[in-house]
Design a protein around this ligand. Structure first.
Ligand SMILES: *Cc1c(COP(=O)(O)O)cnc(C)c1O
Length: 401
């Protein structure tokens, strides 16, 4: 009996990648075994965290590191650490800040989600005065210099590949902040170059432990030793309701070892074979273009499928909404779906899954399957409207209307 049958939920073929909402990474056997072993033991959490720090230093080249519950928790904890430091009275005072350094700044063009909640929530929940600088599409040195006064406790930077091209580069951002002794906190949940941020002098970098590292729910903060010390100390305060457990800390340690020993070439070969399974099914269909691409934000092979609605007779977003209701459910990276692009990430597919997915997509493109009229809409919806429905249906699996 599969786990899906045992507990009654749908099998998901995940081609989105390690999205938290899909349970993040599929955790490999050897990592699962270590997590399972620690669950049967008692342990001193501070000792586990010390070992995690050593592993994080090996991974990132930073001075120190600590495990946290997830990336968004890490962002809140890092903000709290920048505001309160290691002073127990201040740690216990948050979110009430009675001292001058209380601002946390961010470029307006980087105001994204910390996952599915807006980044300002994880900053403001610590009591910080939240300040956006620049404009949606632009931020210049003068915007940052003008904002960096004596009341700034930290500056946030988000590593993503979807931003406007004229925001401040990280190097400039860090050097201007450091001129004023302002620490820089970086959200690097999806980043897979784990060494670049320490090299650039980032004070606290937050990585996901359950995305590309491949562990169970967890995150990492890597950076300056005094600030990392302060991060763990926040568990005496605002960090407590988002603490990491022994399973998350062991997961961080063992998945780092796993990551450092991975055979990149073998992984790429396997994933390319999966992508070719999908591509083979879509070969020769009018209006469909396939290309394999890789990025800094994904160590995996990703098949980009561009669908020209006029030629193909069906829009990419319609196919994508359908795939969420097929058996098995197919989840894609649909960030650009309203512009005609579906991205299939190969990281979590098994042999043959690509063929199943390719056939489903082909069936919609060739009219063998037709979209459910109940689901069909005249115009595509913004991503977060779909996400909202997804959340809203959690109890009864039906639209509330
Ligand atoms: C996934 C993600 C987060 C949130 O990660 P969680 O571990 O789910 O809290 C934050 N920032 C970025 C850029 C992400 O991709």
């Amino acid at each position: 009996m599969t786990i899906q049958e045992k507990f009654g939920f749908h099998k998901v073929l995940n081609t989105r990648g390690p999205a938290t909402i899909l349970g993040a990474a599929r955790v490999q056997e050897s990592i699962r075994r270590d997590i399972s072993d620690i669950l049967g033991e008692s342990a001193q959490i501070n000792e586990l965290q010390r070992r995690a720090s050593e592993a994080i230093v090996r991974l990132t080249g930073a001075e120190a590191g600590c495990a946290v519950h997830c990336t968004s928790a890490g962002m809140a904890v890092a903000a709290a650490a920048a505001l309160a430091g290691s002073d127990p009275a201040r740690i216990k005072a948050l979110p009430d800040i009675t001292w001058p350094k209380k601002k946390i700044i961010i470029q307006k063009g980087q105001v994204t989600g910390a996952g599915d909640c807006p980044v300002w929530q994880v900053i403001k929940m610590c009591g910080a005065e939240y300040v956006e600088i620049g404009e949606a599409l632009d931020c210049a040195s003068f915007h940052l210099k003008a904002a960096l006064d004596d009341t700034v406790a930290a500056a946030f930077y988000v590593m993503e590949d979807t931003f406007a091209p004229n925001l401040l580069p990280l190097e400039t951002f860090v050097s201007l902040c450091h001129e004023k002794q302002v620490p820089v906190i970086v959200d690097a949940a999806y980043l897979t170059d784990f060494r670049m941020l320490a090299r650039l002098g980032v004070d606290m970098a937050i990585y996901s432990g359950h995305k590309w590292l491949g562990g169970c729910t967890s995150g990492i903060i890597a950076g300056r030793k005094d600030l990392i010390h302060a991060c763990y100390m926040q568990e005496m305060g605002i960090g407590r309701p988002m603490k990491v457990g022994k399973e998350g800390i062991i997961s961080v340690i063992t998945s780092i070892e796993h990551w450092l020993a991975r055979d990149e070439e073998a992984i790429r070969r396997t994933q390319t074979a999966r992508a070719e399974e999908i591509r083979a099914e879509l070969e020769g269909i009018a209006g469909v273009t396939c290309s394999i691409q890789e990025s800094l934000y994904s160590p995996s092979v990703r098949l980009h499928v561009d669908i020209d609605e006029k030629q193909a007779g069906i829009a990419a977003w319609v196919i994508n909404e359908e795939l969420a209701h097929t058996e098995p459910v197919v989840m894609t990276d649909d960030y650009y779906v309203n512009q005609g692009k579906i991205i299939f990430d190969m990281a979590f597919l098994d042999e043959g899954d690509g063929t199943v997915i390719g056939k489903l997509v082909r069936d919609y493109l060739t009219g063998v399957r037709t979209p459910d009229p109940k689901l069909t809409r005249a115009v595509p919806r913004p991503r977060q409207d779909i996400l909202y429905d997804w959340f809203d249906q959690w109890l009864d699996d039906a639209p509330r209307g």
